[in-house]
Design a protein around this ligand. Structure first.
Ligand code: FES
Length: 183
């Protein structure tokens, strides 16, 4: 179960610099690439001709070309052309709202009408020369929620430390010989 109406970091720009990238986000197989005017695009990773993954193809003149029979896909999910074929009847595939910001490529897997770029978290430090930032792609062999749970521990640290410190002081007071509890 994944919340679909949210922005997700899909990849970094260098991952689509050379060729299209296939990636599963929220159980959706997507392909990311740079289309017309080098704008990043995200489509369902499925060729409407015979179902080949479009991520195995390449980009030519801003169109995503299927590596199987050469269908050319536009960033709106509609087939533009295909050698020796009429393409008007080909069904459109899904295109996903996508945005390049803070050194990441973000995708919205849910309802496109609700994709508001103002909701993208402000991670300005991730691509600012004034900040040190490092990261990468980690494959975690567990439910993603366990990873979130693990990282949320850090946010509770100050509270936990205060409580632990208070407990230690209280224990020390009680164990001091001759001390008297007062209200
Ligand atoms: S499967 Fe893509 S063009 Fe045929």
């Amino acid at each position: 179960m994944h919340p679909k109406n949210a922005w997700y970091v899909a990849c970094t720009p260098d991952e689509i610099a050379e060729k299209p990238l296939g990636r599963k986000i929220c159980n959706e197989n997507m392909v990311f690439y740079r289309g017309d005017h080098s704008r990043v695009a995200a489509l369902e990773d499925f060729c409407p001709h015979r179902g080949a993954p479009l991520s195995l193809g390449f980009v030519r003149d801003g169109k995503l070309v299927c590596g199987y029979h050469g269908l050319e896909m536009g960033s709106d999910g509609r087939t533009a052309t295909m050698p020796c074929q009429r393409v008007q009847a080909f069904p459109a595939i899904r295109s996903f709202p996508v945005e390049e910001r803070h050194g990441f490529i973000w995708v919205w897997p849910g309802d496109p009408a609700r994709a508001d770029t103002a909701l993208i978290p402000n991670l300005h430090w991730a691509d600012s020369p004034d900040w040190a930032y490092g990261g990468g792609l980690y494959h975690i062999a567990c439910d993603y929620r366990l990873m979130i749970d693990n990282l949320m521990d850090l946010t509770t640290k100050p509270t936990c430390m205060l409580r632990a410190s208070a407990r230690r002081k209280s224990t020390r007071r009680r164990s001091t010989p001759g001390s008297v509890a007062t209200k």
